[in-house]
Design a protein around this ligand. Structure first.
Ligand SMILES: NC(=O)c1ccc[n+]([C@@H]2O[C@H](COP(=O)([O-])OP(=O)(O)OC[C@H]3O[C@@H](n4cnc5c(N)ncnc54)[C@H](OP(=O)(O)O)[C@@H]3O)[C@@H](O)[C@H]2O)c1
Length: 324
């Protein structure tokens, strides 16, 4: 039984971890670090500790008695670098034993290949040098890439979380996004020829695996988990079968992806796809094997749940298929 502090957990992916953890804390004590008061969580009995990431004193004080820090800080590359570097330094000073930085993507971090993740690389080096135990939770791409636009109604799961629509439930705290796959338009803008494999994991399952990993005595440097591991071609076949239409597919050669990296607003999108061609998305299944009772949602399950029976029109490319 340990005291676990979540940082960056009031929106996006972190909010799913907070909700999952608060619903079932097991033997652990939950602390929420946030830059603002969180009366809703205080009212639910969570020990909310407001923090100022620019103040070492504030952070060290908030981390008193904490054994493990799970950081889910997002928002911007600067926040992910500066606030996390401050958090690592303060955690070390406060005697924290374990630290998992805000990773939650591909194998090995991708710090050199993806500019926006360079700051994550600096944090990774700081964590490694800190003397705390650490791990990189790697889950591939979030399953919610297949969520945006679903018109299906909210289910009990979402209602319990306060979601007002099926889409909100399927997105699980994330903003609407279409990444490579556009489920409304019926398009797939693939890395390479579509044969590379990638892991896809629902954020609720990521949360379950991460919470389960608190029970491991020793954390290796990377802990992988997967809902599905499949090729892009296989994913295209699944979404096409469930939606009952043939997706428009664009293959993108390495040369095309490299050219796309030169366009500033498309740099991240193309750098990620280049990394995916090189199997950055193939993460391990360490947590699946360690916790076989956790049965993660597969791409097939997820797409069936949110798209089967939905009426969709003729597929068509949008003006800009890269990001929404
Ligand atoms: N694998 C994938 O497909 C995928 C997709 C999306 C994201 N991710 C990863 O998931 C992680 C979380 O991303 P997200 O998009 O969910 O994050 P997000 O919603 O943008 O932000 C999460 C939290 O960061 C905290 N925050 C914001 N600005 C901050 C600052 N300046 N200093 C400190 N904390 C700050 C906020 O917490 P408070 O306000 O409570 O302090 C906020 O709730 C990132 O590592 C991201 O790369 C992975």
């Amino acid at each position: 039984m340990v005291t676990v502090a979540l940082s960056g957990a009031t929106s996006g992916f972190g909010l799913t971890v907070l909700r999952t953890f608060a619903a079932n804390p097991g033997p652990h004590t939950l602390v929420l670090l946030s830059r603002t008061p969180q009366p809703e969580w205080t009212a639910k009995g969570v020990d909310v500790r407001p923090v100022d990431y620019t103040s070492r004193t504030s952070l060290v004080q908030a981390l008193q008695g904490v054994h493990t820090v799970l950081s889910m800080i997002g928002a911007s590359p600067e926040a992910m670098r500066d606030s996390q570097l401050a958090l690592v330094a303060a955690a070390k000073e406060a005697g924290v034993r374990r630290f998992a930085p805000s990773e939650y993507a591909g194998a090995g971090g991708g710090y050199r290949d993806i500019d926006l993740y360079a700051g994550k690389g600096e944090v990774w080096e700081a964590v490694k040098a800190s003397g705390m135990q650490y791990t990189r939770f790697a889950c591939g791409i979030f399953m919610s890439i297949f969520a945006t636009g679903t018109p299906k109604p909210v289910t009990e799961v979402g209602r319990a979380e306060g979601a007002e629509s099926g889409e909100e439930e399927a997105l699980a705290g994330l903003r609407p996004w279409s990444f490579m796959f556009n489920m409304l338009r019926g398009t797939a803008d693939l890395p390479g020829d579509g044969s590379a494999k990638f892991a896809v994991t629902d954020t609720r399952d990521v949360a379950r695996f991460v919470i389960a990993a608190l029970d491991l005595d020793v954390w290796p440097a990377e802990l992988g988990m997967r809902g599905s591991l499949l090729s892009f071609d296989e994913a295209v076949a699944i979404v096409g079968r469930v939606q009952g239409r043939k997706f428009l597919v664009r293959e993108n050669s390495v040369a095309e992806l490299e050219a796309g990296c030169e366009v500033p607003e498309k740099r991240f999108y193309n750098q990620v796809r280049l990394a995916l061609v090189n199997e950055w998305g193939v993460v391990g299944d360490d947590l699946n094997r360690a916790f076989p009772d956790i049965r993660p949602v597969t791409v097939e399950d997820f797409v069936e749940k949110w798209w089967s029976g939905v009426e969709v029109g003729e597929p068509s490319w949008g003006k800009d298929q890269s990001f929404m």
